[in-house]
Design a protein around this ligand. Sequence first.
Ligand SMILES: C[S@@+](CC[C@H](N)C(=O)[O-])C[C@H]1O[C@@H](n2cnc3c(N)ncnc32)[C@H](O)[C@@H]1O
Length: 356
Amino acid sequence: MANTKLTDAKTAKNDEFYTQYSDIQKEMNAFLEYDPDTFRDKTVLLPCDDPEWSNFTRFFAQNFERLGLKRLISTSYAVESKKYKDYQPTLFETESPWFDANKTRIKGKIFELTRDTNQNGRIDIDDLEWHYLEGDGDFRSKEVCKLRDEADIIVTNPPFSLFRDFLNWIMGAGKQFAIIGNINANTYKEVFPLIKENKIWTDNPFVRGAGYFETPYEINTTLSYFNSHDYREGLIRVPGVRWYTNIEIGRRHEPLQLMTMKDNLRYSKHLEIRVNGYQKYDNYDAIEVPFTDAIPSDYEGVMGVPISFLDKYCPEQFEIIGVFNHGKDGPWDFATATINGVDKYKRLAIRKKQQP
Ligand SMILES: C[S@@+](CC[C@H](N)C(=O)[O-])C[C@H]1O[C@@H](n2cnc3c(N)ncnc32)[C@H](O)[C@@H]1O
């Protein structure tokens, strides 16, 4: 199914998808494998994470010592988080000044952990002490911006409907980050130039690129992806999920193992390559490469490759020079690539890296 739940979420502002502990752990461990000191002496901010139930908060609080953190801050947004399926405000809460006349919570929450508050060296995760923020916890509020400015690293699964704003909010402050987003975000005009310049990159530790999230929304079991073999009880399967980050990771420095053009034309597992070869675009001097594993290792010119190439992108092996989207986003958006007058899918324009 081409459409994705994250895309749906973006349009419908359905932002409540909760990340599993194991997905967070896997990615943070990948950073640590590359550099065991990734988080040492750092302040980590989790700005969309209800301290009461976020697995991001849970992971970083439980691993505070091991990571060598200086300070951990987790804040949550009031307005949306009341939708969480298990969240039942008590009578005491709803009568407190933190709730409005509609019994909607109007204040965000904050939880903080420092080396001083962690003196006994053990965090009892079910006993985290949190407070209300002054405001609703919107990441764009003055209060949360101040926390961002104090942080070194920002980690979260942000609201999908605000992905662009969120990334801009981080990059504007020059912070390190790791956030979850949809694969399609990599060609947004606000995101692509950052990827092209190797200022940020994506990582895909998800099996077949799909994540499983908890959600308060009713799970519609008639949707095709719920009838698929990898349906998991109580979790929603979201295809096309990626981490976006500017923290170094080993995987992105592993070059792809590829065949030469001559070998691909003879032995490629893709019939299309063996039969059609590598066709040139009508409107740009580049060849169409419809599969990442069919990129010819010895082609020196520009190649149009699927956007999922980014999962295998090694900046020492290839350079990204642009995108074949619709030709409107900027000078790097060359055109809608066509072959014999037929539009091709959105493609990345890449070229073999010239060795110095
Ligand atoms: C995709 S959910 C992920 C929640 C949590 N980070 C996790 O992964 O389990 C995004 C969260 O951002 C919150 N949110 C929505 N708009 C926000 C805003 N303007 N500022 C901060 N958080 C917001 C939503 O309430 C939601 O809980």
